[in-house]
Write a protein that binds this ligand. Structure first.
Ligand SMILES: Cc1cc2nc3c(=O)[nH]c(=O)nc-3n(C[C@H](O)[C@H](O)[C@H](O)COP(=O)(O)OP(=O)(O)OC[C@H]3O[C@@H](n4cnc5c(N)ncnc54)[C@H](O)[C@@H]3O)c2cc1C
Length: 406
């Protein structure tokens, strides 16, 4: 048994705490705020089993022209935001070409397929069943062209990955979602995925479980991490090992320890809207780059990616998403005065960073889950915990891959 400090109490940090604790370690999680109130709070709440391919950068000439002209809603950018991460964005683009994407998918697909299995015992032990739905989500296709592409994608996913999807026409969609206002061409029902109606609440429930099982969560600044003998100290807390699970803040800390981790910070926004009869499932309208998730606070409209250093007060992607949502459903007024914003921690090779930090004994990394950290936290926590206990770890996700580049 070892004393371990876990830095950060998002979905990834809390899952790490639980996995290490289950192996008999004495774990203290250091969080500067409240568990599950940053990126792990603001997501669309999907626990995905179908997202077997990591999110590639759209690279078709039409998509690139739209992005460059600032017309589309999938990726928005401004010059300071782009320049501050241009090298990481460039590498991400190169890895989005077929060879790189295929390589990342080999690993990513294995992780994603374990997600609901990994969450299941935690949801049950945490008593969080009331905020989980197990009937998947619906991806709507407004036009025949989008429906045809969806058919091809569903066939490919089944043939290559064994992922099942049900394709439905507009009429069948209306049977599943009677409050939808317009006739769309059809939809894909990804029925195996789960959804959470309170993502921050799920992390809080996992955090409470961790404490009930004897773990400690303390308020402190992980930025204070420093050596103490062969181990580590942050604020008033010490451990033989320290695990960096600070989501988008992780590279900043690791740079102090000689490891330069490239990251693309994909900003997203959400806002809740009052709704008398919310949809029965989360609705993805990817043609409008938006996901509509029924949540405890209202209908959460969550946006795609923005490469900006500072958030906008009236983000165009949210404005557009709200318009698209109002075409589909009767939606009331916003719940909050201002939108929430956070940054997806995306690694340019599209794989999370999991394992031993090179040249630093007993320092570990666990971050960089991009678009699916809420889904993957408990899956990759097992991998990190196994490696800390002596297993070789997964070579392709090791932090040492960045050492080779610098
Ligand atoms: C709009 C949007 C929609 C998304 N939708 C989905 C989805 O549907 N499904 C899915 O799986 N994923 C989704 N994601 C991605 C997912 O939310 C992230 O990958 C995941 O939350 C990352 O978790 P984390 O624990 O690594 O980071 P975080 O949740 O950000 O946790 C990091 C923690 O570190 C703490 N911290 C930072 N600095 C310090 C410090 N100095 N000292 C102490 N503590 C510190 C922070 O307070 C925070 O609690 C979405 C993301 C966005 C933005």
């Amino acid at each position: 048994m070892a004393e371990v400090l876990v830095l950060g109490a998002g979905m990834v940090g809390v899952s790490t705490g639980l996995a290490l604790q289950a192996r008999g370690h004495d774990v203290t999680i250091i969080e500067r705020g409240i568990p599950g109130r940053e990126t792990s709070y603001g997501n669309a709440g999907l626990i995905q089993t179908e997202a077997v391919e990591p999110y590639a950068m759209p690279l078709s000439p039409a998509a690139l022209i739209q992005i460059a002209l600032g017309r589309g809603y999938d990726v928005k950018w401004n010059l300071p935001g782009l320049l501050s991460q241009v090298s990481a964005v460039w590498t991400y683009a190169l890895n989005s070409l077929p060879a790189g994407h295929r390589r990342a998918t080999l690993t990513w697909g294995k992780l994603i397929r374990q997600s609901t299995q990994a969450h299941a015992p935690l949801v049950q032990a945490a008593g969080a069943d009331n905020i989980i739905t197990r009937d998947g989500y619906i991806e709507v296709h407004r036009t025949p062209a989008r429906m045809a592409r969806a058919r091809a994608a569903a066939k490919r996913f089944l043939d290559e990955f064994g992922v099942e999807a049900t394709l439905i026409d507009g009429k069948a969609l209306r049977a599943l979602e009677p409050t939808i206002k317009i006739e769309v061409e059809g939809a894909t029902h990804w029925a195996d995925a789960w959804a959470c109606t309170d993502p921050g609440g799920l992390v809080a429930a996992y955090a409470a479980l961790f404490e009930r099982r004897g773990g400690r969560i303390v308020n402190g600044d992980a930025g204070d991490l420093h050596r103490q003998g062969a181990g580590w100290r942050a604020d008033d807390y010490t451990g033989e090992h320290a695990v960096v699970a600070l989501g988008p803040w992780s590279p900043m800390l690791l740079a102090r320890y000689g490891l330069k981790v490239p990251m693309v910070f994909k900003r997203g926004y959400h806002r809740h809207y009052r709704m008398e009869t919310p949809p029965n499932h989360p609705i993805a309208d990817f043609g409008n780059s938006v996901v509509l998730s029924p949540m405890r606070r209202g209908l959460r409209i969550a946006t795609a990616a923005e490469l900006t250093s500072h958030p906008r007060l009236t983000p165009p992607q949210l404005r557009h998403g709200e318009k698209a949502a109002r075409e589909l459903f009767d939606i009331g007024a916003p719940v909050e005065a201002e939108p929430w914003t956070g940054r997806r921690p995306c690694i340019p090779d599209m794989l999370p960073v999991i394992g031993r930090v090179p040249d630093q004994s007993n320092l570990w990394a666990h971050f960089g889950h991009g678009h699916q950290g809420f889904t993957l936290g408990p899956v990759t926590a097992e991998i990190l915990a196994e490696e800390l206990d002596g297993a070789p770890g997964w070579a392709e996700m090791q932090p040492a891959r960045f050492k080779r580049q610098t």
